[in-house]
Design a protein around this ligand. Structure first.
Ligand code: 16G
Ligand code: ZN
Length: 533
């Protein structure tokens, strides 16, 4: 039932460059936008087949390269519940993308249909969106050809943030069911978030205006759409909103800039006053970093670990106040990059799990708790409420007014939080809710714990695949003997901790180190790097 003739005709319009190999990695396919034409065409085919495999459920395709430079682009698939593509299909994606010729591609498609037992008579439905990159429209056209080749029913979500695309996929697939996630439109998303936010901050004093660095990306549109819906309960001052200025995207601004340089984007220097808060989104608005300027005019960064500490502490208290402590187990998931002080702070309050880098690992581990909070230090994270938890929240009978209030807050949090994926906008509103409830400024939030000084360096090695890890990337098992040498070094540093892991996105090995004082953290990182090199 495959229309081989039509697939072939379209495939000839999107030939694969013979010298390139593509890999569907932790963030999908990602490389220079100019070499992604054939990949997008084939992803269109793959998404359509995945939809058929799942009985016509809608699959999402997001065209973005997130925080990477403007000339890069990328694409990833979203499974029906709004989650990342199931791991076993990542391999199918790479196989299709690397078929050299049209006839190789047809053969790869036929093999996939056979081994995955895909019923071709099922319908195929795909919703797609893109960020603001200039290469986006061209790549979407290639994707559409791929969808047409399998006669999938396309739905264009237009220029949207990554988390909105994830939201839409879940909303479309749950429409009319008891798990309905919200109206399957952008308006539905903004109404859901703003409605929950207003209930959560009702009666609280309005905080000072919040500066939002939109990284000159798609998040700028989200700020302008949510602002009027907040009824003045939070005033947002968007900066870096130049989405059509060539070269501006992620350039010296955005969440990744803030995290990696630990500096205020220069463009914000004249806007942020002492004691004022600000935050940065990344280029597709799925990461969030907060910061403020302290009384001594110093820049202070509040990263994903600080967000996790703030949010998890709040949720633990609400569960306690709602009288649900014995019924709902709240847990937190981090990676080895989490600052040691944050882990210590959190472990005193709730179970902490450490998993390998990459959202899919965090997400799956968080699903094992009744309420699972996960954040990467880089600002990507969210909170998951299991379906059992949502039922408990709906059916629990509070015995005091205080319990009733806490229960209401928890229910509203399930609406405020984008449970499909990290979402800068939703996370920002969540942070503002907690700050309002705690009457915290940036300073008090920052004081929850003091970050251990740390240093991240990358080392170019001959073969990064020679570096293999276990224990959530905290121990090297190969090259043999190296971990022992690292341990010997670490022991000599007060508060020392260090680990080495191969990057999943770049051809390098990363070395992380922390210690009680900054110069020691730097020294430890460079000495470990010396062992690796
Ligand atoms: C990817 C991951 C991100 C992780 C980063 C680490 C997803 C969607 N994204 O961008 O979570 O922090 O890789 O990069 O999983 P690295 O392996 O190069 O250090
Ligand atoms: Zn991103």
């Amino acid at each position: 039932q495959l229309d081989v003739k039509e697939i072939s005709r379209l495939s000839e319009l999107h030939p694969k460059p013979s010298h390139l190999r593509y890999q569907y990695g932790t963030s999908g396919f990602r490389t220079l936008g100019t070499v992604l034409d054939s990949v997008l065409f084939r992803v269109g085919i793959l998404a359509s087949l995945r939809s058929k495999k799942l009985d016509g459920k809608t699959i999402g395709v997001m065209v973005t390269a997130s925080h990477n430079p403007e000339e890069d682009n990328g694409v990833k698939l979203v499974d029906p519940r709004g989650e990342m593509l199931e791991a076993s299909w990542e391999i199918h994606a790479s196989v299709l993308a690397n078929a050299s010729t049209t006839s190789d591609l047809i053969e790869a498609i036929e093999t996939l249909v056979r081994i995955a037992k895909i019923d071709l008579s099922k319908p195929a439905r795909v919703v797609y969106g893109r960020d603001t990159r200039p290469s986006g429209p061209f790549l979407v056209a290639s994707l559409r050809d791929g969808l047409a080749a399998i006669k999938a029913e396309p739905r264009d979500a237009g220029v949207v943030t990554t988390p909105i695309l994830h939201y839409l996929v879940r909303a479309i697939n749950t429409k009319g069911t008891k798990d309905a996630y919200g109206d399957d439109s952008e308006d539905g998303y903004f109404d859901k978030l703003s409605g929950a936010f207003k209930k959560l901050v009702a009666g609280k004093p309005t905080p000072p205006p919040l500066i939002v660095d939109c990284a000159n990306g798609v998040g700028a549109g989200s700020i302008s759409k949510i602002s009027p819906r907040l009824d003045g309960q939070l005033k947002l001052l968007p900066q870096n909103t130049a989405t059509s200025t060539p070269g501006a995207l992620n350039n010296a601004c955005g969440a990744d800039y803030v995290k990696t340089t630990q500096k205020l984007p220069p463009s914000l220097a004249n806007h942020l006053k002492a004691n004022q808060r600000g935050c940065s989104f990344d280029g597709d608005a799925d990461r969030l970093m907060y910061f403020y300027i302290d009384e001594r005019n110093q820049f202070r960064m509040l990263d994903g670990d600080k967000i996790a500490a703030l949010v998890a502490g709040f949720i633990v208290d609400l569960v306690k106040n709602a009288g649900l402590e014995s019924e709902l187990k709240v847990g937190i998931v981090q990676t080895a990059y989490a600052n040691g002080s944050s882990t210590k702070y959190l472990a005193e309050r709730l179970p902490v799990r450490c998993v390998p880098t990459g959202v899919k690992h965090l997400h799956h581990a968080a699903e094992r708790f009744d309420i699972g909070v996960y954040f990467e230090a880089n600002g990507h994270g969210t909170v998951l409420f299991s379906s059992g938890t949502q039922e408990t929240l709906a059916s629990h009978e509070p015995t005091t007014p205080a319990q009733s209030t806490a229960l209401n807050h928890l229910s509203n949090l399930t609406q405020l939080i984008n449970q499909t994926v990290g979402d800068a906008l939703s996370d920002m509103l969540l942070v503002e809710v907690v700050l309002a409830h705690r009457s915290y400024s940036g300073f008090e939030w920052d004081s929850l714990y003091v970050d251990l000084p740390n240093r991240l360096v990358k080392v170019v090695v001959e073969d990064r695949h020679a570096f293999q890890t276990e224990d959530a990337e905290r121990q090297l098992v190969s090259p043999k003997g190296l971990q022992g040498k690292i341990d010997d070094l670490v022991r000599r540093y007060d508060g020392g901790r260090s680990f080495v892991r191969p990057s999943g996105t770049e051809d390098v090995v990363r070395v992380y180190a922390e210690a009680a004082i900054k110069s020691q953290a730097d020294e430890l990182a460079f000495r470990v790097a010396g062992l690796v090199y």
